[in-house]
Design a protein around this ligand. Sequence first.
Ligand code: BDR
Ligand code: CA
Length: 313
Amino acid sequence: PIPVIIDCDTGVDDALALLFAVRHPALDVRAITCVAGNTDVDGVVRNTLTVLEVAGAGDIPVARGAERPLIEPVRTARHVHGQDGMADLGLPAPTRVPVDVDAVALLRREILASPRPVTLIPTAPLTNIALLLRTHPEVTRNIERIVFMGGAVATGNATPVAEFNVWHDPEAAAVLLTAGVPITMYGLDVFKRVLVPAGEVQRLRTSAEATLRLAGELLAHRDPATSGDPTPMGGLGDAGAICAVVDPKGITTEALPVEVVLAPGPARGQTIVDRRPRPGESEIHEGTREQPLVDVALDVDAERYVNLYLKTL
Ligand code: BDR
Ligand code: CA
């Protein structure tokens, strides 16, 4: 199996991602690290431990990470994910606690100890990953690839142009993009297209099995802002980034320069993806295409990922 570490801010769709990751036989989830994002970091740790217990994966080490972005204050998304950050389902509190080292230490330990290079899957603001890369740059020698959910080629969600994970900690995202390891950007463009049909969501909700019921409840959670609409949202969200590791052929990527806007103002946190034709083929001005190349997901076979998800669970 592929050794992976997930860095998350659980989070309704992070929870969906965890349920899938621990159940897929092609993945060896070596650790899970938590960061402030959808809710405060202690809430993220609680939600993560609870999800793993429901899924019978209570033995995977979980670490608490950064409680705020590098520069910005914490700006949670409880308005989307509920007061507890995980759809307010009233789930029991976890019976275990996180490991006694912080996220950066656990990431370093597990990456360097892995017999095969690790794939990192951040589905959250990139604070922990940036701190890791700056504190222990030697880890990159045992990182196969970083497949992160974040950024957007077209429209944002936190702002008209910025996606939440990048917007929450733009400096950290900029550190990630210049890490010098292969990177796949599973951005909002593909993220929002992978939707489980309402009938399947209903079937999961009424299942006799706790993991399936939890997945159903999470998929049925709706953004309160649009809750006038009675159809469940059904978005796999972050789980799609895990699908992209298991089944990379389900996305179409192109190696493109990506830059994060760090300047204050309405574009802060935007990922500018340079889709102009290659130099020589058009009038690209010198020095305007020097960002590192990122494999940006431009298209996704949504049905393929929905089927993969449902079959795996
Ligand atoms: C991202 O933001 C969070 O709210 C979701 O969990 C996802 O990781 C989408 O912009
Ligand atoms: Ca997330």
